[in-house]
Every structure is written in structure tokens, then in C-alpha cells.
Design a binder for this molecule. Sequence first.
Ligand SMILES: *Cc1c(COP(=O)(O)O)cnc(C)c1O
Length: 496
Amino acid sequence: MKYISTRGNYPAVDSAEAINLGMVPEGGLFVPDAVPQIRFDDLVDASYHDTALRVLSPLLPDFTSQELRLCVNRAYTPQSFDTPSIISLVGLKPGVSVMELWHGPTAAFKDVALQIMPHFLAIAKMKLGDTHHTVILVATSGDTGKAALEGFSDCEDLSIIVFYPDDGVSEIQKLQMVTTEGMNTHVAAVKGNFDDCQNGVKDLFADTKLAERLAGEGITLSSANSINWGRLCPQIVYYIHAYAMLVAHKTIRPGAPVNFCVPTGNFGNILAAYYAKRMGLPVRRLLCASNKNKVLYDFFTTGTYDCKRRFYRTISPSMDILISSNLERFLFEITGQDAGKIRAWFGDLAAKGSFTVDAATKKTMDSLICPGWVDEAMIVQTIGETYKRHGYVIDTHTAVAVALEETAGDDGTHTIIDATASPYKFSRDVVRGIDGTAINDEFRSIERLHELTGLPIHRAVKDLRQKPVRHRRSIAVGDMRAAVLSIIKEIKAGGY
Ligand SMILES: *Cc1c(COP(=O)(O)O)cnc(C)c1O
């Protein structure tokens, strides 16, 4: 199996090269040329690690099983995840379970992928004989940044630069990033929104002159965003593991269909659920939950993707995105890998800020995706009601999905809701939902949430207040390129 470009503009490559490159140099994303099928029936009592090997082996066929075993064992340890099953399944009510994906070091689901991805990258470089110093560029809406810094901190022959929107992340998210240790970590606040950060990073990757110049200096740029397949494929694992856990608990019978309900931003997490379905997992509907930035809801209901609209800063900041990168992979797959269509649509998006899919594609989308969106008041209300009714605490992102599940209507299928962040990452609004009080101090609200609910405080936020700030760089949107060049100068001066 090889990896091909969604825009048909690059030769087919092995997975090691797809991971090392991050995205297609001329624009476009790497996808498998054919989605492998796997066996599920014997995974019912498998550990997370064994499930991961089963899922990842056919997706990364140029990695040996020893190499993959090494990656899995190094990533998913008791030091990095506070539950041996890595993810946790909680019954919310009859017919609905919550899949907690926030048991990793930074309290967001992104840890599940970003704890393993650095190991993939190290092995990929070895296989390719790539002795360059890798500079990972990350655009973050808050959670990816810290998870990537944590995953890549002190990795050999590698530096990481994270760009976050200055006013677009929560105070806890910002503190998590700017207090990061590690000699090879760099963080910059950008005076703009997430889309500005993501576009800036994409432009840097698309700059072939820059790549050539850096190659001459022994440096390669790569990406830890979900545009990198190495970031996306580990997410397929938990959908399959959650299904196996439900069968093991006898909540569903083997082979029964399930729905997944996913709070969505860049469309990476829900795309992993789609690939799980393509690998043979019996998935009926994918519920795509958006916040007030409902560009995906409008797309799935009308067939027109239009990002010329107002951008809202919400209390679920990791979903404040108008350009959902991984939609490109989804559309490529559901059009039967039609690179011509993708080139036309994403050309329109770049040129006019919108595109419209054809009727056949719209019909396929309708059969797979159930879209919905939730406003700010509804998020707060859902947090309160979920706690009152079920004694269960959810964060502001998970609440978007819980609200959609409640309004989408019961189709008789067991539904699994992705819990993407620990409530302690967004405790101010969680407290507001639960007891109606507004506490301005983030640390006071963390204590208050603990007093109210007894939920153990996540280790990722516990000692944050005491940590010294180590990163103070702040730049304009137009200065991302200059910032990268100046950081590379620093890295070289430090003797990489
Ligand atoms: C990143 C993130 C999301 C959105 O996930 P995508 O893969 O970008 O769709 C949702 N919730 C939280 C807490 C996140 O960190």
C-alpha cells in the first residue's frame, strides 16, 4: 500500500515518506491508495497496545512489526496515560456511551496521537536515511500545541515551533504552552486567529524555494497537525478499541452497528472514525458536531462550503476553525478518489473562499454524516444538565457533541460520544454550567470544580500556576516566516 496525494500532484510514496513530509509539497494531503480491511472478531479482549498494532500494521506497511511494537510501547505507558486502557468508556444513559480521550499528559485527545507520532517520525527518518534536523511547524487552536510540545520535547535531531492565536486560546491552554520545558521547544503567539496560523504554516510548507534553501543547511520542515498522516492514523485505533470494549462489556453484540458523535474543528478526529468504518468497523452514522463557527454544518446541509463569514471566538476554542483541512481527505475518498474534483474545489476555496460539490457527492455525504451545531448558551446549559441528570462532568467541547446527540434523534443504534478534553482544561465555563457562578480566576475555578464534583484534578493543570513562563515571543500574522527563520538561526547557533 502506498500514499497518494488528494490532488494527484505527487508520486505515490511509502508511509515513512508521507509522515516525514507532513503534507504534499505542492499542496494536497497524503491518503492511502486503498484502505486495508482488518479482522475485529478477536480484538474483544485485546489490550489497547495489541489493537493499535492490528490497526497500524496494514496502514504503515513499510514499518516492521518490531518497529511498530516499539512505537506503541514507548507511547502508551503508565507515565503518560493515567489509565491502562489509554481511553476510558463511561455509560452516560441507555444507548449512549462517552469515550474519554483525555487521559494523556496534556488533558486533550490529541495526546493519543502526539505521544506516538514522534516515534513514527524518528523511525521514518532512519528508514529514509534522512540525517537532516527536522523542524516541526505547528498551528494550534490550543490543544495540539501543548500536546505536540509534550510529545516532541527533547527528541533528538528535531525542534518544534508552535504558533497559537494570541487571543484565541484559553488561559490554561496558553499557560500550558508558554511554560513548556525542553531545549528544542519554541512557541510564538500570533496576533490573529487559528486560520491565520494554519494558513501561515501551510504557506511555509508550500514554499519550495524555502525548502530548497533549508535543505542546503541540513534542515527539513515537517508538520504535527492532523494534515500529517502520522498524526491521523493513531486516532483510528481508539474507535476500534472502544467498539471492542463495548462488545466485551456486552453493551452491544458483536457486529452490531454504532454511531460516533464527534465535536469537530479541523475534521481530523471524525475523519479517523470514517477510516475506521472503511477498515470494516460497523459504523452507521457519524454525527458531526460544530459550535457557532458552523461552516461544516452549513456545508453538510447545503453542499456549499463557504468560509467568507464572521469568525467567532467561543468557549470551545479548539473548534474555532473556518477551514477544516481534513475535509479534503474525506471528499477525496467519497468521490472515489477523484483528484480532479478536489483540485477544482480547493482551487475555488483558495480563489473565492467557497466551493460547491456535485449532487452525487452531496448524496453520499448525506448518507454518512449527520451534522449539527450548538450555540454558546446551549453549551453551558448542556454541561449543567448532564451533571444534574447523570452526575457526569463534561468540558465545553464534549458538550457540543452531547447536545447534538440529544437533538439528533434515536435511530436505535448505540452512540459513542467523543470526550475530547478534561473538564479541568476549561473549568471556568464548566463551573458556570454546573452552579451558575462566574469565577474569573482560572485556578480558583479549578478548585471550585473539584469542590463541586469531586472529580480528581487532572495532573496537566495541577502545578501550572507555579511553573515559570519560558516563551514570550509574540508576532504579527505576516511575520511567521521571519520568526521561523530567526528561530532556525538560534537552533543552528545552539549547534544542532
Ligand atoms: C482539537 C480539538 C477538537 C477538534 O478536533 P478536530 O480533529 O480538529 O476536528 C475538539 N475538541 C478538543 C478539546 C480539541 O482539542
